[in-house]
Ligand binder design. Structure first.
Ligand SMILES: [Zn+2]
Length: 460
């Protein structure tokens, strides 16, 4: 058997592994069958992660990802494709290492947090002081942390809706500020992730103080190890080295990629789909957010192919610089301020590939009846309406939610999403093809409904 045949056999067998949705073949329209049979979204994710891979802003790969997106949008039959450029301070990760020096000498797996400064050239060696939470760190006396390495060991809990992340992520984003202001010389945080791999989770941090100290994440098993050393009640000394830095005065260039399928009846009314094109420089950005890129790009193309041109215009935005603090989204809001009122609905896909269980909304109460027929169809797949009506359109598009855009969020089960998030383990083998086809079909069902409604949703 040739290599190619072996590969095909492997891919075919991996198609059969997802059965999360059970029997989904009842009462579908022909175009839904066609989308279910179509592997386009997975193929796009495969192509992006194979041909480009990791694509952090400021890297050459990120620029190639932009070219990849432009050429694929054109091939997929979008009417208009363009890019919008913004600049940002250039950050370099460099190298990072950590060792417990005493009481029991051990190497630890660490990763610099995005945006962190590095250590002095020869590193830092100091005693560790540990806190179970950010709240506990806030209450600490400066004399107890001065000159020490602060370690916050809060553990993230897996939750279906991802709320475990928001419960603890401030330990990553802001912990170094609190520690720095109390006189600490470095900051270490347990990875914000739910796995037990010896692999640190990176992610953005932001200084809002002049007392800048290096900030690093520790892999979860190493966090357990460090905690055990601390429990031994002997002083624990660590050495840390990180060469992370902003390149002095240098700005990088990044581009959002935007594509449209022009509406046949109401071309000025926009239904906006978002995903983020950039990833961290670890892994290949397959789950975060290669899946989203594949699903939103495929959705427009498949709707046009199987349903024809929709009433409203479908706009797909592949945001750049999401990982560095929604940089592309902030630029989009600036560049499109005159047409924000035309954004009649929006939703982003940036939460993996689990089974979709809920449609969350943030729309005017008077417009809820416009979802009636859609909800009936979604019920067949076990997707319920979230009654809270306070959803954000997720990630980048949350910027538009706060400006009054009617917003939707199709919630996939996120119990395992944070196992690979922002790690070397975010690779294509974590993406299930069958689940992706089903999710693309359900996503298309929602988008098609929003595109073809007689009335538009009111801004709120
Ligand atoms: Zn993401």
């Amino acid at each position: 058997m040739s290599y190619k045949n072996t590969l095909c056999a492997f891919l075919a067998s991996s198609l059969l592994t997802a059965s999360a949705y059970g029997n989904i073949s009842d009462n579908q329209e022909a175009w839904q069958y066609a989308i279910l049979d179509n592997n386009l979204s997975y193929q796009l994710t495969d192509s992006l992660t194979t041909q480009i891979g990791a694509r952090m802003i400021g890297t050459e790969a990120n620029m190639r990802a932009v070219d990849w997106a432009v050429s694929h949008f054109k091939q997929l039959g979008y009417d208009k494709v363009w890019t919008e450029t913004f600049t940002f301070p250039l950050w370099v990760r460099g190298e990072a290492s950590a060792f417990v020096e005493s009481p029991f000498k051990q190497p630890l797996k660490v990763s610099a947090l995005g945006g962190s400064i590095g250590t002095p050239k020869h590193g830092i060696k100091a005693e560790v002081v540990a806190f179970p939470s950010i709240t506990a760190l806030k209450k600490a006396q400066p004399k107890d942390v001065k000159g020490k390495i602060v370690y916050v060991c809060v553990k993230m809990q897996p939750r279906k809706n991802g709320s475990g992340y928001s419960e603890v992520v401030s330990a990553r984003t802001h912990g170094a500020n609190i520690a720095g202001e109390k006189g600490a010389i470095a900051y270490l945080v347990r990875s914000v992730g739910t796995d037990s791999n010896r692999m640190p989770h990176t992610g953005i941090m932001k200084y809002d103080t002049n007392q800048k100290i290096p900030a690093l994440a520790l892999s979860n098993p190493d966090a357990d190890l460090l905690s055990r050393e601390i429990i031994s009640n002997k002083p624990v000394t660590l050495s840390l080295l990180s060469t992370a830095h902003y390149v002095n005065g240098k700005y990088g260039i990044a581009k959002n990629v935007i594509a449209e399928i022009t509406g046949r009846k109401k071309p000025k009314d926009l239904v906006v789909l978002g995903a983020h094109l950039d990833s961290w420089d670890v892994g290949t950005g397959a789950v975060d957010d290669g899946i989203g890129v594949g699903i939103v790009m495929a959705t427009g193309s498949l709707i046009k192919q199987y349903q024809g041109r929709p009433k409203r215009t479908l706009r797909v935005v592949l945001f750049n610089g999401e990982e560095f603090g929604l940089l592309g989204a902030k630029d989009y809001v600036k560049q499109h301020k005159d047409e924000l009122a035309n954004h009649t609905a929006g939703l982003e896909w940036d939460f993996g590939n689990g089974k979709i269980y809920e449609l969350a909304t943030r729309i005017n109460d008077k417009d809820r009846s416009m979802l009636k027929s859609l909800l009936k169809k979604l019920e067949k797949y076990g997707v319920q309406l979230d009654s809270d009506n306070d959803a954000s359109a997720q990630s980048d598009l949350s910027k538009l939610t706060t400006l009054g855009m009617p917003s939707f969020n199709l919630m996939p089960d996120g119990m395992t999403y944070f196992d690979v998030h922002h790690t070397d383990n975010d690779t294509l083998d974590k993406v299930n093809q069958k689940a992706m086809r089903i999710n693309t079909m359900i996503y298309s069902l929602v988008i098609s409904h929003l595109l073809n409604l007689e009335q538009r949703f009111r801004n709120i």
